[in-house]
Structure formats: C-alpha cells, structure tokens
Design a protein around this ligand. Sequence first.
Ligand code: SF4
Ligand code: SF4
Length: 260
Amino acid sequence: MKSIHLKEIETLPGKRIEKSDTFNFRCHRGLSCFNQCCRNLNLFLYPYDLLRLKNSLKVSSEAFLDRYVDVVMKPDSFFPELLLKMAENNEKTCPFLTEKGCSVYPDRPDTCRTFPVEHGLLFTDAGEKPEQVHFFRPPDFCMGRHEPDSMDVTAWAVNQNAVVYNDMTARWAAVKALFLTDPWGNDGFTGAKGKMAFMAAYNMEKFQEFVFKSTFLNRYDIKPALLKKIKQNQTELLKFGFTWISFFIWGIKSADISSR
Ligand code: SF4
Ligand code: SF4
C-alpha cells in the first residue's frame, strides 16, 4: 500500500475506484495469460507477508530475508522495504512460481491476492488522517478483466481471503507513513534504534525473544490480556510490534503500552 499525495493522484496509472464501485474480474487457469503476471515484478513484501511466507516455507525470518529479499530504502521513506528477489532466469520469474502455479498460494503476499486492485493512503497538505483509496489496475495482457464476474473492493477482498492481509497492510501503512520524515538523526537507520524497529517489523523470532526474554517487560507496562494474546499469536505480536515502533521511535501513546 503506497502513500500518495493529493497532487499526484491524477497522474497514477489505472482507474481510481470507490469501495462500492464494481469491476469485472476473474482469474483462472483457463486464461491464456495464466501466471504471466508472476514474473519480472517489483514485488514489495509487508511485515505480515513475511510472517505468512516464512511460516509457509517453515524457515526463520532471518533465513527468509537472506534468501528471498533485497532490503531497499526508497527515496521518499526513512524505513527500509523488502523487495522480493526474482529468480535468475531469462523471465525473472517469481521464486515461488512453479509449472502448476503459485507454490505459496494460501500464503501469497497481499499485493498478489489483491491484484489487480491496489490500495493506497492519500495524504493532503492539511495534515488530516489519510484516506484509503483504491485503483483497478490490470495490465493490458491480463485477460481476467474480460470475464463476466462482477464485484466491488470488499467482495474481492473476501473472495481472495485478503481481509486480514488488507487490515495488516493498512496498519503497517499507518506506521510507515510516520517515516516520511527522518527520526534517526546522526545515527542514521543503521543505528541501534533503527535495528530494533527493523526487528519488530521484519524478524518475528528475534522480536519474540526481545519481548519475552530480555528486560522488556520490566521496562514497559502491557495489559495482562494483551500480553496473553501476544504470547500465543504471532499476528497479534506483529500488531503489537507496530504499536511499539510508534511508541519507541515516535513517542505515540497507546492504551496498549506505556513505560514503567
Ligand atoms: S494476468 Fe490477470 S488473469 Fe492472467 S493470471 Fe495474472 S491476474 Fe490472472
Ligand atoms: S507469490 Fe505466487 S502469486 Fe505472487 S507473484 Fe509469486 S507466484 Fe505469483
């Protein structure tokens, strides 16, 4: 989910749609374009994508980051992004693409399941809360748009099991939006604070260890009910990680965490 400024919205490709607008789309094996969209991509992964994929592949976050991802800093942000490395073949296929299709289909990233719809956060100069905006953006070769099935943004998310993904991506986008300005000072992102924030977003095992096996719980007050949830559920721990980044880096208060 990208951050969009009001002045650039008219220049973006694709058609802007409202949540209730309907569009025609269906993707299936019978189409001549099947799997054509899974190659030569700039596919950015969000923290929840990483969590689902590393669990699907039964590897640690660290192993996943080493093998599948380039860590990149976009010019308009002060927090690094994860770019999925395409395979080193002529077509630069997605590393998860097989002859039978997507090998991680139940855990495919949010961008893949939401495609050809894209979500963005629209910012204005007035500094109001950003508005979620949607685009319908199938490339020319995508035949799914000629299918008769019609749906709106919400129905499409349900159809693709993307509701939790969309929610996690929106939560992350709100945190990422904070990093449009530089919080790191002279240390830069590679300083201690940057490394801790990176861990909370992208390294579940290390963050788990940090929360439960360091002095973290002596330093922060977390409500018992929340503590129980984050002990038992990695998705809840990741959400908590977003809250902690906002608090630790930006001092944004929340009912979920305070300093002791
Ligand atoms: S190009 Fe479009 S219709 Fe074809 S496989 Fe990809 S998403 Fe489906
Ligand atoms: S993760 Fe799956 S759906 Fe997404 S690009 Fe790769 S093969 Fe295609």
